[in-house]
Design a protein around this ligand. Structure first.
Ligand SMILES: *Cc1c(COP(=O)(O)O)cnc(C)c1O
Length: 369
């Protein structure tokens, strides 16, 4: 009911919220203190001392008082050298999350965005935020991409962007370079290959960049390079694509401290390579440990996390583990019933997780009898 005050309608917030936002609920990034944190695919090892010291010293001088370089010239040059592309093909963002939003604000609004579910939730959320229509294109039973279906959807009117995460979060499998190239050849929309976990496995799409102007690659410092707290993501694409995205990008989107810290990380990749190798070894041990627990199916992973399933509700297992002080990611829903995702932690953390999981499963079995 609309109450009228004089000639003016009363203030009603709901009337002012723009169309489409009713479908969204705010992202709940709940913080649980004092747990073993295996829920967010972070690098579990201590940040290398030497790099940490150098990052600490960055606060001296005028780094904090001056606006950052909006073009991030030095960081883009260093990323280009690391990724094997040219600086003109690099854009940095406040985490790759920001870049996903900027891609959608540039190309998605008013159009259709194809999302290969189950996958990373931000593609759908940012599609809705940008006023685009997210269209799920389900993966097959083994979580591989259904290429013919994707091509068919892509050829329908107003399809603008395809999101293909490889290695895929949360399923852990990667698409082959041949598959991705085949998709790029058959569609005329943009294909975003999210390679947030590339340092842990999967084929690098960067060599395809020079041949496919419709390819966008997303990468990040948040996972293998342990900078999740500083929010540094980057995008690799043809310079023409970047020129368009620049129109919506905040001029100073990546702060000066994070730009400089990311450069220091790139000067010490060998230290992180050691951690990555340790994570890969632990991934195998954790996968085997999961397989050894009765009632658990673990899926092979090319990333730093493992998807697994039990015969109980995801919520039951998630809660049970939390009571034992271990936080993992609960999945579930119609797409992934009974599934959960655990990040590869340090050896002791993985051991405690496996012990706790076995205990929680036993308890759940007793309760259901
Ligand atoms: C973690 C993650 C990101 C987000 O990375 P940020 O750079 O921290 O925003 C992007 N894509 C996928 C698939 C992820 O899992």
């Amino acid at each position: 009911m609309k109450e009228v005050i004089g000639l003016r309608e009363a203030f009603n917030l709901a009337n002012l919220v723009r169309d489409g936002l009713d479908k969204l609920i705010p992202y709940d990034a709940h913080v649980f203190p004092d747990v073993i944190k295996l829920d967010a695919n972070e690098n579990p090892y201590p940040f290398p001392d030497e790099v940490s010291r150098q990052i600490g010293q960055l606060a001296a001088g005028d780094l904090l008082s001056r606006y950052p370089d909006g073009e991030a010239v030095e960081l883009r040059r260093d990323i280009a050298a690391y990724a094997g592309v040219t600086p003109e093909q690099v854009m940095v963002g406040n985490g790759s999350d920001e870049l996903i939003l900027n891609i959608l604000l540039t190309f998605g609004t008013g159009g259709r965005v194809l999302i290969t579910n189950p996958t990373f939730s931000m593609y759908k959320i940012h599609s809705l935020v940008a006023g685009a229509k997210p269209i799920p294109v389900p993966r097959r039973g083994d979580f591989s991409v259904d290429l013919p279906a994707l091509v068919c959807y892509a050829r329908q009117r107003d399809s603008r962007v395809i999101f293909l995460c490889s290695p895929n979060n949360p399923t852990g499998n990667a698409s082959s370079l041949e598959e991705i190239e085949s998709l790029l050849q058959q569609v005329n929309c943009l294909v975003v290959a999210d390679q947030a976990y590339l340092e842990f496995g999967g084929a690098d799409c960067a060599p395809l960049l020079n041949r496919y102007p419709n390819l966008i690659i997303l990468r990040t410092f948040s996972k293998a390079f342990a900078l999740a707290g500083l929010r540094v993501g980057y995008l690799l694409a043809h310079a023409d694509v970047l020129r368009q995205i620049k129109k919506v990008k905040q001029p100073f989107n990546l702060n000066a401290f994070s730009q400089a810290a990311a450069r220091l990380v790139l000067q010490h990749t060998a230290l992180f390579q050691e951690q990555i190798q340790a994570i890969l070894q632990e991934r195998q041990i954790l996968w085997q440990g999961l397989q050894n627990i009765e009632g658990v199916t673990a899926y092979p992973s090319a990333a730093n996390f493992i998807l697994f399933r039990t015969n109980f509700e995801s919520k039951t297992i998630h809660q049970g583990l939390l009571q034992q002080g271990i936080l993992i990611r609960k999945l579930g829903g119609p797409e992934l019933p009974g599934f959960l995702r655990v990040t590869v932690g340090r050896p002791k953390e993985n051991e405690l997780f496996l012990q706790a999981l076995a205990k929680v499963l036993q308890a759940a079995g007793r309760d259901s009898r």
